[in-house]
Design a protein around this ligand. Sequence first.
Ligand SMILES: [Zn+2]
Length: 300
Amino acid sequence: MVSHAHADHTGGFGYKGVKQSTRETRDIHHALRNHRISNFDPLKIKEKLIIDDSEILVLDAGHMLGSAQFLINTPNSSILYTGDINCTDTLTTKAAEPEHCDLLVMEATYGSPHYRFPPRETVYAEIVEWALQTIKTGRVPCLHVYAAGKAQEMIRLFNVYTRLPVIVNPRLDGVNEIHRNSGVDIEWFSATSNDGRTILDKDPCVYITTPSDRTHLGRRFSRAYATGWALSLGSSVTAFPLSSHADFGQLVSFVKACDPEQVYVFTGFAEEFRRAIKTRLGREAKLVPSYAQRTLVEDY
Ligand SMILES: [Zn+2]
């Protein structure tokens, strides 16, 4: 089972047996990596699967389109695996819901008290304000964000709060289409389309691209990032703390709400979060052997 389409969670698509995820996760994975998944069994959010004497409930993880948590109920205990979660509503996703469980296996990307994000509406307003100020100086505001999830939230942000046309790196087109086909209302112009080229040539607009793209496309760009890591990037880059992950406070609240007997923590500030759970909630937690997580300059 694959929880969502980010590259550090899609190793399961490489296995030979039956692969399971939501259709959105499979389709985004294919759009980003041109990897068609055979032997695939689609899952739906809120679907219940019965395997022998156990039941698996698929829950929304709130992290990106198609992202899922898995609640496994066995005759002896219940286990919740979160994948990556976001516990706040965004313009494109609904917050992850905690579920009571005996054993909680959860991410801790921002499991350090340093990472407390401002209200999302505040960050949205700051991004729009920066873009408008940038346009006033005759430059094109260029936002570098992950291609799947954050890019579509950013497009919708400018669609909802401004009348600025949004031009995107054509590498985002496939993932954008999947969002639109899944009911996420976004409007954009690909930079390689006739309209996109014309607008980018002379009109006020916003450009959305991947973290590592350094295209100039003939106009002067002012670049910014939108990522939770903005809180530790310093002042040498323009960055806004907009994350598709839960922040520290949300992670602590999530543990409380799930009320598990045992917690296993993986990725990010796992050790710091393990200690925080012990001191703040009086609960024992253990680390799951971690794996490399994406960095800011990786694109997917
Ligand atoms: Zn992710």
